[in-house]
Design a protein around this ligand. Structure first.
Ligand code: UD1
Length: 364
């Protein structure tokens, strides 16, 4: 079986690490195409080196742009690559512009498409990711769902026959790296200056356009973090830095200490060292949950609804209107006493993904 993985953005590289390791234990040919959607070393190269992912076989180098330009550039650059490779499967990941472009290029060439992380829904049509994931699910041939909830969404949309419960491949990597960090196999993470990892601190990230692009909302969120009674390590995505500069908002104020995005092992170590997480990232909500840290999510909804149970994760739909005392009580709340379940699987999802692709190919 010949499989082409199409990736481009940071969270896809984490999932690719699990999938590439599973394919490496088989006779199958696994070709990696990097679209170049993310190109900064912090967002791309350090994931390949840090997670032991083989270098991409093809790099499209598309870079940034408006949604149309970025999606269109991946689409036109991919056509000749897929045409030349003629894989048995094109595997696309998650919900980025690289995902929908990869799926479209493949289906238009009658190449079978498998969608990893199928069936997630926010039901928020302002999110570009929601359109990317719905459209990808509806054109793909094999839908690899991470959770029972995702399976239900796919069934509701008439896609049950193409859907399989694979589990979440991010768990595979997160637990593997957690064990390595706890065994002392990774150096201490480069936390922002002023953060003492032996004292309580919160770890924060923000990158969603709905939070970064509206100056009033961004200013309210940064102001709330600045007023917290514990230091906040804000790992700043390039979009956040660019928008804050554009809006004239100082990120490093009050309790907020600004640093760069971390490589994956550094991020896992930072979550483990922290007393909690504040974020709008889907991946980090789940990493906090898997690593038993409370998470405060600055969004009106989450695709990862399982994390909300027992208050492990808590949503802040409208950060403008929350009083500083409420922010403080929420972000510094203790972890629930009862341990949570394992709705995302047991850390062996990538092997299941390979098996499901083998089975679906035999059926075709
Ligand atoms: C993308 C995904 C989002 C995912 C996120 C993870 C889409 C629509 N969005 O959002 O689902 O959660 O990746 O990080 O696909 N930039 C750099 N260097 C880079 C990459 C980007 O400076 O290496 C800057 C550019 O100014 C760019 C902006 O960040 O315009 C946004 O990058 P883009 O890839 O468009 O979207 P993300 O916000 O990263």
């Amino acid at each position: 079986m010949k499989v082409i993985s199409i990736v481009g953005a940071r969270p896809q590289l984490v999932k690719l690490a699990a999938v590439a390791a599973a394919f490496a234990q088989t006779e199958h040919q696994h070709v990696i195409v990097h679209t170049g959607q993310h190109y900064d070393a912090d967002l791309s190269d350090v994931f390949f080196s840090g997670l032991g992912i083989p270098d991409p076989d093809v790099h499209l180098g598309v870079g940034s742009g408006s949604h149309g330009v970025q999606t269109g550039s991946v689409l036109s650059a991919l056509d000749p690559v897929l045409d030349a490779e003629q894989p048995d499967w094109v595997l696309v990941y998650g919900d980025t512009n690289s995902t929908i472009a990869g799926a479209l290029s493949a289906v238009k060439q009658h190449l079978p498409v498998a969608h990893l992380e199928a069936g997630l829904r926010s039901f928020n049509r302002r999110m570009p990711e929601e359109h990317n994931r719905v459209l990808t699910d509806h054109c793909a041939d094999l839908l690899l769902a991470p959770t029972e909830e995702a399976m239900r969404h796919l069934a509701n949309e008439g896609l049950a026959e193409r859907s399989e419960l694979a589990g979440d491949v991010m768990v595979d990597i997160c637990l593997r790296i957690r064990d390595a960090v706890l065994a002392g196999e990774h150096p201490a993470p480069a936390l922002p200056e002023g953060i003492d990892p032996t004292q309580p601190f919160l770890l924060a990230t923000l990158h969603r356009p709905d939070n970064t692009d509206d100056p009033e909302r961004l200013s309210a969120i940064i102001g709330a973090l600045a007023a917290l009674p514990v230091p906040v390590a804000l790992l700043a995505h390039p979009r956040l830095i660019a928008r804050a500069q554009q809006h004239g908002i100082e990120l490093a104020q009050g309790s907020v200490h600004v640093g760069r995005p971390l490589p994956y092992a550094g991020l896992v170590a930072a979550v483990l060292a922290s007393s909690g997480v504040v974020t709008d990232s889907g991946g980090l909500q789940k990493e906090a949950y898997l690593l038993d840290r409370v998470c405060t999510t600055v969004r009106p909804e989450t695709e990862w609804v399982e994390t909300l149970e027992d208050g492990w994760n808590h949503l802040v739909p409208d950060p403008h209107t929350m009083a500083p005392a409420d922010w403080s009580a929420l972000a510094t709340r203790p972890a629930p006493e009862a341990p949570h379940g394992a709705p995302y699987g047991d850390g062996t999802a990538a092997q299941r993904v390979v098996k499901l692709m083998e089975q679906a190919m035999r059926r075709a």
